[in-house]
Design a protein around this ligand. Structure first.
Ligand code: NAD
Ligand code: UDP
Length: 337
């Protein structure tokens, strides 16, 4: 079975490529490298011991996608390609709607034109907005507080409409919580452009000395120690969730919406301490004001994924931090030598 992996050179995509190949899937990576390096795929090639076909192209460009579908008989798509920075999405909403929503629309059109109607989509826990309680189940009310989140919500709706129009489509919406960590080899990992927005890359870059000090955004939330609580999930567990979703896809007769999280929340300070323990590094921090748009607490009820995919996250916070540190310390400049 041949899978087109859009955004396959990115953080989650590159890790998923490894498990897809190991599970026996043939894959083709499709990426425009707007937020990735070709080096990530070269390193994935090394890990899996074969050369993964790579098509450089943009999901908004029909000709680029058609090239991929004409060169390979694609059975299903895992659709990671998208822009993902919340702050940037507030500054450039049209760029987010164009890339994420319009790009997905073009992708679906080209898929349908080639008789490929199976898609696993990267959604996000951000579609739950500020949840009324935790843990979060898939039937919680949906909302968005920024254009990035809204792009995920619209795409979910668009894919649901597509299924209503044609039930041959097989659609799985995976709502990720907070992916961190890296492949255990330490050769691939998260390589953000510029100053990291996300907690773990910021901690790791502070530990290595690229950043002077972590700002902890708020210590007056109603949480265990006042700092924000999130459901951090090892990227390899997340990758495994995609393989399980593909394996089971043919058994579903409706659009499936599935949380991928661990079910356990950790505060910013708890993550910081776990990182310091596993890396042996001291990470200086200051308490800073709350970040606009942040919520106090967000963690999954992952029981539906367990029931429906027989999937659950296996790796704990220490392993996540250890693997993040291995990647960061062996690649202080990420993929840039
Ligand atoms: P990433 O930026 O590392 O990967 C996205 C990849 O898509 C990159 O390689 C980028 O070059 C590519 N891309 C973007 N626009 C494209 C386009 N128009 N055409 C072709 N390729 C394009 O991000 P990631 O962390 O690996 O996230 C993957 C997906 O998961 C995204 O859709 C993201 O919104 C979603 N997601 C991520 C997180 C997270 O915290 N990392 C959480 C929830 C959901
Ligand atoms: N956070 C922080 N300092 C940072 C980055 C993040 O204190 O430099 C906090 C943030 O306020 C949130 C948690 O870490 O409580 C996770 O933030 P991240 O941006 O990684 O994920 P998201 O907010 O999207 O869940």
């Amino acid at each position: 079975m041949r899978i087109l992996v859009t955004g396959g050179a990115g953080y989650i995509g590159s890790h998923t490529c490894i498990l897809l190949v190991e599970a026996g899937y043939d894959i083709v990576v499709f990426d425009n490298f707007c937020n990735a390096s070709k080096e990530s795929i070269l390193r994935v090639d090394k890990i899996v011991g074969k050369t993964i076909p790579l098509i450089e192209g943009d999901i908004r460009n029909k000709e680029d996608l058609t090239r991929a579908f004409e060169a390979y008989a694609i059975d299903a798509v895992i659709h990671f390609a998208g822009l993902k920075a919340v702050g940037e999405s507030v500054e450039k909403p049209l760029a987010y709607y164009d890339n994420n929503i319009y790009g997905t629309l073009i992708l679906c059109e080209v898929m349908a034109a080639h008789g490929c109607k199976s898609i696993v989509f990267s959604s996000s826990a951000t579609v739950y907005g500020d949840p009324h309680s935790t843990p979060i189940t898939e039937d919680f009310p949906l909302s968005a507080t920024n254009p990035y989140g809204r792009s995920k919500l619209f795409i979910e709706e668009m894919l649901r409409d597509l299924y209503v129009s044609d039930s041959e489509w097989q659609i799985i919406l995976l709502r990720y919580f907070n992916p961190i960590g890296a492949h255990e080899s330490g050769t691939i990992g998260e390589d953000p452009n510029g100053i990291p927005n996300n907690l773990l890359p910021f901690i790791a870059q502070t530990a290595i000395g690229t950043r002077a000090c972590l700002s902890v955004f708020g210590d007056d939330y109603d949480t265990v120690d006042g700092t924000g609580v999130r459901d951090y999930i090892h990227v390899m567990d997340l990758a495994d969730g995609h393989v399980k979703a593909l394996d089971k896809m043919h058994t579903f007769s409706e659009v499936m919406t599935i949380n991928l999280g661990t079910g356990k929340g950790y505060s910013v300070l708890e993550v910081l301490k776990a990182f310091e323990r596993t890396s042996g590094k001291n990470v200086p921090y200051v308490i800073a004001p709350r970040r606009t748009g942040d919520i106090a607490s967000c963690f999954a009820d992952p029981s539906y994924a367990q029931k429906i995919l027989q999937w659950r996250a296996k790796r704990g916070i220490e392993e996540m931090c250890k693997d993040s540190w291995r990647w960061q310390s062996s690649n202080p400049n990420g993929y840039k030598c």
